[in-house]
Design a protein around this ligand. Structure first.
Ligand SMILES: Cc1cc2nc3c(=O)[nH]c(=O)nc-3n(C[C@H](O)[C@H](O)[C@H](O)COP(=O)(O)OP(=O)(O)OC[C@H]3O[C@@H](n4cnc5c(N)ncnc54)[C@H](O)[C@@H]3O)c2cc1C
Length: 389
């Protein structure tokens, strides 16, 4: 095994890999490169408890000071990897934005994703996307009582920001281009139940209509114009319309890219000695019958660890049952499985109208996914059974 491993991307997948490399006995040089100035931290609270002010930044780090020291990476924070030179057989070189070149025996790519923006999206005060701690710090002070918040996109991040906005006393409108948010994942009936949370908590939903233009006056956002000509006034606009994998820096390398970094079941890319993990990868899933990219916390953590084990020579093929949770308007939502819009839905327990239930998705009579709202116990039991299947 090599004596230098460079991990590019200092977040959940990258950090999880570092922890596993050390606990698996790697005692060589471990370089951890991240373009954010912060040590690895947790993103889920950024749209929920941290944004709401219920917890501070002190709860976000993925490890304690002692744990960070124990793993002991050679930190390169606030530094962006700009290219990967894979031409040499004996080493791979990562070049950073300040010109530093790091030669490594093994490179792990864990550069994640960044928010997509609207076509022609302007720069304006009050116009936000949300991915990083710095994004959340910029958005947080704007979500004050009585502010008009327009959220573009009704996916998980959009819905969570809308819910937090309501909690903070904002007037909230959610605009979703699809007829129903998250219907591709949950199917129509369940998506309707889930998105019903918005109106039940006083947010307005604009469905099946896209934002045509963000309206700006004097450098400050003042609203959005919808595709049908309607204008929604806003003090704050948050765009949550999905993400793009951070792969541009790999363009000159021989690492195969296709909607993310392509890897095999062990996280190996097309270049020997170069691996990738987390939100940035597309990996082959037997469960899904396709190459997939997963954008959930549990995947990033587990994939980072799985690929580290492969680097250590003790890997196993990775093909998990995807799992995501979300918290909106104080309601815990959990889903496990691949998108199941075409499957038949059967209620296992609870009541849709009360928004406390577990529903399973069946295809050809076989259970393929499970959705739970405020019912973690039964949900977890079924998720475990499905994972083993
Ligand atoms: C606001 C928010 C809330 C979320 N809530 C949930 C939730 O409730 N449940 C759930 O399952 N999932 C949730 N997620 C998703 C989860 O956080 C992600 O799946 C996870 O962070 C992915 O980890 P990653 O390490 O693969 O990538 P990322 O977390 O995206 O980290 C990649 C890191 O690499 C850095 N980087 C990129 N390019 C370079 C470069 N060239 N050089 C150096 N560094 C680079 C990035 O800046 C970033 O720090 C949430 C995400 C967000 C943003």
């Amino acid at each position: 095994m090599g004596r230098t491993i460079a991990v590019v991307g200092a977040s959940l997948a990258g950090w999880s890999a570092c922890v596993t490399l050390r606990s698996g006995g790697f005692d060589g040089r471990l370089v951890l490169i991240g373009d954010e100035p912060h040590r690895p931290y947790d993103r889920p609270p950024l749209s929920k408890s941290f944004l709401a002010g219920a917890v501070g930044a002190d709860v976000l780090p993925l490890a304690t000071r002692e744990q960070f020291a124990e793993v002991g990476p050679d930190w390169r924070l606030g530094r962006r990897a700009t290219s990967l030179d894979t031409a040499r057989l004996d080493a791979t070189t990562v070049t950073l934005d300040d010109g530093e070149r790091i030669e490594a025996d093994v490179v792990l790519i864990a550069t994640g994703t960044r928010p997509r923006t609207l076509p022609g999206q302007p720069q304006a005060t009050g116009l936000h996307t949300l991915r990083t701690l710095d994004d959340a710090l910029a958005l947080k002070p704007e979500l004050a009582e009585g502010k008009r918040l327009v959220v573009v996109g009704g996916g998980f991040i959009g819905a969570e920001v809308a819910a937090t906005g309501r909690e903070l006393g904002c007037e909230v409108a959610v605009v979703e281009a699809q007829p129903l948010p998250l219907a591709d994942l949950f199917g129509e009936r369940m998506a309707e139940t889930v998105s019903g949370l918005h109106e039940a908590h006083g947010s307005s939903l604009y469905l099946g209509v896209a934002v045509h233009e963000v309206l700006v006056s004097g450098g400050r956002v003042r609203g959005v114009r919808l595709g049908d000509g309607r204008e929604l006034p806003a003090d704050v606009v948050v765009v949550g319309i999905g993400v793009t994998p951070n792969t541009e820096w790999l363009r000159g390398s021989q690492v195969a890219l296709d909607g993310g970094v392509l890897v095999d079941a062990y996280g190996a890319t097309s270049v020997p000695g170069v691996y990738a993990a987390g939100d940035v990868v597309r990996f082959p899933s037997g469960r899904a019958g396709a190459h997939v990219r997963i954008e959930h916390w549990t995947h990033a953590r587990d994939h980072g660890a799985a690929v580290a084990r492969a680097i250590l020579g003790v890997g196993e093929p990775y093909d998990p049952l995807p799992y995501v949770w979300s918290e909106q308007y104080g309601t815990m939502l959990q889903f496990a499985g691949y998108p199941a819009a075409d499957a038949t839905v059967a209620l296992v327990e609870g009541d849709l109208a009360e928004r406390r239930f577990v529903a399973e998705y069946l295809r050809d009579g076989r259970r393929v996914a499970v959705l739970g709202m405020r019912s973690p116990r039964t949900f977890t039991r079924i998720r475990k059974e499905l994972s083993r299947a």
